[in-house]
Write a protein that binds this ligand. Structure first.
Ligand code: NAD
Length: 312
């Protein structure tokens, strides 16, 4: 299958590499010139569960897309704030047959994708795979993961199942979900608590969990997510979601990790996805007339921190 990865940072590199190893014809498209140059010159290098691999994949800078050939499947893996520009730039690769799968963290990306792709070709999902970049052209890919995905509108169930099969044939462990909006909101609750709080409080997840207010903050934020989700016919099981979120505090599993937002902003001085996590809940709260004070405040705090650190 001809697959284009639009946004070939850490996660795009993981999916690109695994789909290439699985026998698909993969092209990476990315907006970071040094990264694209490194992959063109040396291939995509990866520490893949301790093994050093190099994959010679086709790669293009998103501002200089020359390929006129349409692609069968586009997997979107930009950061949320890069999504709209990426979709504008890859327009030449999309025709009425191209399927587009979005696996970004955050809520409501379908509203952006619908501006460029017809709804029947849009598939949304989320993933438990992780990935990191060690520098331009070099990924660090450890551990296992999974993918859940679903068609955006009814009638495309068989295609969604087929896409899950294609990903699974390359070891990506993908499943069709019949309630993807629930899974997306559930994962957004993890990001909407751990990411912003650890970033502002300058701690890892176990550190956050040891503070007395942590539980109340998690409960309040999850309640705000649940209150807006309800207006979209997603009824979160709040007690289960809180319990799920708080498994992140466990230092014997992932508690000692700093969430991705912390790494982006504090370590790498990059802008965050806060507007698509807590910020999305704030916007939806205004739309549905639901108060979301914790999400509003956390979004503002993270934006202030971005300004203070002059993040780019
Ligand atoms: P990423 O930051 O690695 O890559 C996103 C884009 O930023 C790419 O175009 C990349 O080339 C560019 N980029 C990366 N480092 C850069 C630098 N130093 N300078 C300039 N540009 C740079 O993002 P990601 O981790 O692949 O995440 C993509 C999406 O997947 C996000 O929505 C994220 O929340 C989600 N996600 C990530 C993980 C993870 O473990 N990384 C897990 C699940 C979901």
């Amino acid at each position: 299958m001809r697959i284009t990865i639009a946004g070939a940072g850490a996660m795009g590199s993981r999916f690109g590499l695994m789909l290439h190893k699985g026998g698909n014809e993969v092209t990476l498209i990315d907006g970071w010139p040094e990264h694209v140059k490194a992959i063109k010159e040396h291939g995509l290098r990866a520490n893949y569960n301790g093994e050093e691999l190099t994959a010679h994949l086709s790669v293009e800078l998103q501002s200089e897309i020359s390929s006129k050939e349409k692609t069968d499947l586009i997997i979107l893996f930009t950061k949320a704030m890069q999504l709209d520009k990426m979709l504008q730039d890859i327009k030449p690769l999309i025709d009425e047959h191209t399927k587009v799968l979005c696996l970004l963290n955050g809520i409501g990306h379908e509203d952006t994708i619908e501006k460029y792709v017809s709804k029947n070709n849009i598939f949304i999902g989320n993933t438990m795979w992780t990935a990191g970049l060690e520098g331009p052209g070099k990924a660090k890919l450890f551990g296992d993961g999974s993918v859940e995905l679903q068609n955006l509108i009814s009638g495309e169930e068989e295609t969604a199942k087929k896409l899950a099969e294609i990903l699974s044939e390359s070891g990506l462990n993908a499943k069709y979900s019949n309630n993807i909006h629930y899974s997306i909101y559930r994962k957004a609750c993890v990001n909407g608590t751990m990411n912003g709080l650890c970033t502002i409080l300058d701690t890892n997840m176990a550190g956050l969990g040891e503070t007395k207010p942590a539980h109340d903050m998690v409960v309040t934020i999850v309640n705000e997510f649940a209150a807006v989700a309800k207006f979209e016919n997603v009824n979160l099981d709040i007690a289960e979601v809180v319990q799920h979120v708080e498994t992140c505090f466990d230092p014997s599993t992932i508690g000692l990790h700093y969430p991705s937002m912390y790494q982006d902003l504090i370590k790498n001085n990059r802008l965050t996805e806060i507007d698509y996590i807590n910020g999305a809940v704030s916007r939806k709260g205004k739309k549905y007339n639901v108060a979301t004070p914790y999400c509003d405040f956390l979004t503002q705090l993270v934006h202030s921190k971005e300004e203070l650190l002059k993040a780019k």
